[in-house]
Design a protein around this ligand. Structure first.
Ligand code: A2P
Length: 334
C-alpha cells in the first residue's frame, strides 16, 4: 500500500491533469483526497471508478494522514496552506511559483535533476517545487546537451497555449472563436485582449527590466536548476490561440563544439525524449497529432523541435500538457 495523496486544486485544469497522470502511470497510492476552495466543497468527482467528495482546503485537519500533497491552486494558496501540510508531515509538491526560488526548496524536474531531492523523505514534511511549464519543457532537451557541451547562452521564444492559463482560459478561447466567427465582439474575461485569431505577449506582469514574469522565470529557474548563475538567457514568451500544448524555439550556444549527430545521440538517450525526424516529407508532429482526439490520455506529452531539423517527442511528469519546439541552430557557429 502506497502513500496517501492529496490534490490541492483538484477541480482545476492542473488538478485534473494530476489525476490523469496518477492513473495513467499506475501510481501506487493508498488513498486520494481532493481539496479545493469552499466554493467546490461537497462537489462529487469520480476517479478510477470511485466517487470522491471535494473537501475544503481550509477545513481543520485537511492534511491529516496525507503523505504527499500535490498543490496547484495558485501561489497565494500554496503560501497560505503548504506550511500547514508540511507541519502535518506531508511532502508538498508545489506547482506554483511561491517557493521555487527559496534556497531551501529543491526545484526539480524528475528527468533532469532528481538528485536535488535526495534528502526528501516521506513522513518528514518538506516542500519540493516544480518549475514553470516553459522551463520544464525547455530543460528536458537543453540539459542533456548542456551536460555534454555546456550552454553559455540560451535564446528562447515560446508559443504558449491556453491550457497554461487554466480551464477558464481554454473556455474563453473556445467562446471567442465562436463569437468572432459569428461576427460578434469577443468576450475578454481572462485576457485583456482578443485571444482567438491573435497572438500577444504573455499575460504575466511586466517587471521593471521590461521582461514579463514568465520570461524571467525561465532565466532564474534555469540558473537554479543548472546551478549556474552565469549562463546567459533571454526569453520571449507569447500566447498563441492553441488549446493545449506549448511550443518553444530554443537557440543554444555551447562552450564546446557539438555536431548534429552527437546532439541526436545525446537526445536519443535522454529520459522522456524521443526524436521524430521526417525531413524528407517535411512532416513533423503537430500539437493536434500528439494530443490526439482524446486529449486526456496524452496531455502530458510534449514535442521538441530542433533546428538541426529533428523533432523530439518528450513525455515528462509535468502536470500540464506542453509542446516544445527547440531550435538548436548551429549553435557552435554563434
Ligand atoms: P475551486 O474550483 O474551488 O475554485 P484553474 O487553474 O483551472 O483555474 O484551477 C484552480 C484550482 O485552484 C481550482 O481547483 C480551484 O478550486 C483552486 N483554488 C483557487 N483558489 C482557491 C482557494 N482560495 N482555496 C482552495 N482552492 C482554491
Amino acid at each position: 500500500d502506497g502513500p496517501s495523496v492529496a490534490i490541492v486544486g483538484a477541480t482545476g485544469a492542473v488538478g485534473q491533469e494530476f489525476l490523469r497522470v496518477i492513473s495513467s502511470r499506475d501510481f501506487p497510492y493508498r488513498s486520494i483526497r481532493l481539496l479545493a476552495s469552499e466554493r467546490s466543497a461537497g462537489k462529487r468527482l469520480s476517479f478510477e471508478d470511485r466517487e470522491y467528495t471535494v473537501q475544503d482546503l481550509a477545513a481543520p485537519g485537511a492534511f491529516d494522514g496525507v503523505d504527499i500533497a500535490l498543490f496547484s491552486a495558485g501561489g497565494g494558496v500554496s503560501r497560505a496552506y503548504a506550511p500547514a501540510a508540511v507541519a502535518s508531515g506531508a511532502v508538498v509538491v508545489d506547482n506554483s511559483s511561491a517557493f521555487r526560488m527559496d534556497p531551501a526548496v529543491p526545484l526539480v524536474i524528475p528527468e533532469v535533476n532528481p538528485e536535488a531531492m535526495e534528502n526528501i523523505r516521506l513522513g518528514k514534511g518538506a516542500i519540493v517545487a516544480n518549475p514553470n511549464c516553459s522551463t520544464i519543457i525547455c530543460l528536458m532537451a537543453a540539459t542533456p546537451l548542456h551536460r555534454h557541451a555546456k550552454v553559455l547562452r540560451m535564446v528562447v521564444s515560446t508559443y504558449q497555449a491556453a491550457s497554461g492559463a487554466g480551464a477558464a482560459a481554454m473556455e474563453e478561447l473556445k467562446l471567442q472563436t465562436q463569437e468572432v466567427l459569428a461576427g460578434k465582439a469577443p468576450t475578454c474575461n481572462i485576457f485583456s485582449q482578443q485571444y482567438a485569431f491573435n497572438i500577444f505577449s504573455h499575460n504575466a506582469p511586466i517587471l521593471e527590466n521590461g521582461y514579463n514574469e514568465e520570461e524571467m522565470k525561465m532565466v532564474k529557474e534555469t540558473r537554479k536548476i543548472w546551478n549556474d548563475k552565469d549562463v546567459k538567457i533571454t526569453a520571449t514568451c507569447i500566447r498563441v490561440p492553441v488549446m493545449r500544448a506549448h511550443a518553444e524555439s530554443v537557440n543554444l550556444q555551447f562552450e564546446k563544439p557539438l555536431d548534429e549527430d552527437s546532439a541526436r545521440e545525446i537526445l536519443r538517450a535522454a529520459p522522456g525524449v524521443t526524436i521524430i525526424d521526417d525531413r524528407a516529407s517535411n512532416h513533423f508532429p503537430t500539437p493536434l497529432e500528439v494530443i490526439g482526439h482524446d486529449i486526456s490520455f496524452q496531455a502530458h506529452e510534449h514535442i521538441l523541435y530542433l533546428d538541426f531539423s529533428f523533432f523530439i517527442h518528450a513525455k515528462t511528469f509535468s502536470p500540464l500538457d506542453q509542446w516544445i519546439i527547440i531550435e538548436c541552430s548551429r549553435c557552435y557557429y554563434l
